[in-house]
Design a protein around this ligand. Structure first.
Ligand code: APR
Length: 257
């Protein structure tokens, strides 16, 4: 389908919810997970489950190394992030629900952002959990707090308040989702008139259930992705392409600019 069909859908919408994945940040220099060269083509995701993080100091060391690689360099929002912020400023986009933890939507100026998989920009105490649920004391610090300690030779930083384990404030495989974020994401998806899915392979649940939930609640579904997704047949509009090339023009035309 063409970008014109996406433009037409956005032009008639007043409660757009954007649902984004790692593909919206690749043009900012951050690798996605499942494309050739993506994170999970270089690290084994089965190694980075929450329970393995809790029991293995070696997994924690490799996890910090992987996060440093993801965060390395000053990544800036790209034209796709900015286009969504422009839609919000024009009063047409209600929220961004993102699977990403890079903070680029907020950096682009988006205000209502639900980080359904948490954020890499902070670390938190998870205590000594015995299940997939963090049991921290409440300690939270910028990610730089951990990297400063790692650079100083402590490759397994512990909580300064309770000596519990410290982890990136993200949701790992096997970890319970953050209930508030999940609830907010579902609320936005089921009250949208258009769910605009961008840069996600739509393979990881419960996040990947949002397009179906939105559709079932009556929203139109648009997908912008540079490869097919399992939800293409369900979508009203599918645009095969790069987010940073497709979105700016579609948004400008939809806003009559
Ligand atoms: N424009 C459009 N699509 C793109 C671009 C781009 N510039 N770059 C990559 N893509 C597409 C890829 O073709 C792929 O289909 O974005 C999709 C990214 O898919 P994944 O790498 O699987 O990332 P994502 O869907 O966000 O993964 C979901 O999996 O491992 C977990 O927690 C992790 O949040 C992540 C979740």
């Amino acid at each position: 389908m063409t970008v014109a069909a996406l433009t037409q859908l956005l032009a008639g919408a007043t409660r757009i919810v954007a649902f984004t994945g790692a593909g919206i940040s690749t043009e900012s220099g951050i690798p996605d997970f499942r494309s050739p060269g993506g994170i999970w083509t270089r690290y084994d995701p089965r190694e980075f489950t929450f329970d393995r993080y809790v029991v293995s100091a070696e997994v924690r060391r490799r996890s910090w190394a992987m996060r440093r690689e993801l965060l390395a360099g000053a990544h800036e929002p790209n034209a796709a992030h900015r286009a969504l912020a422009e839609l919000e400023d024009a009063g047409r986009l209600v929220a961004v629900v993102t699977q990403n933890t890079d903070g680029l939507h907020q950096a682009a100026g988006s205000r209502e952002v639900v980080e359904i998989h948490g954020t890499s920009r902070a670390v938190t105490c998870i205590g000594e959990p015995t299940s997939g649920v963090p049991a921290g004391c409440g300690f939270r610090a910028p990610a730089s707090w951990a990297f400063e300690r790692i650079d100083g030779g402590d490759d397994d930083p512990r909580c300064p308040d309770c000596d519990g384990l410290v982890k990136s404030a993200t949701v790992s495989f096997g970890q319970a989702m953050f209930p508030d974020a999940l609830e907010a994401a579902a609320e936005h998806a089921t009250s949208a008139d258009v769910l605009l899915t961008i840069g996600s392979s739509l393979q990881v649940y419960p996040a990947a259930g949002l397009p179906q939930a939105a559709r079932s609640a009556g929203a139109s579904l648009a997908i912008v992705n540079d490869e097919p997704t399992p939800f293409d047949a369900l979508a009203d509009v599918v645009v095969r392409g790069r987010a940073g090339e497709v979105l700016p023009g579609a948004v400008a035309d939809a806003l009559g600019r």
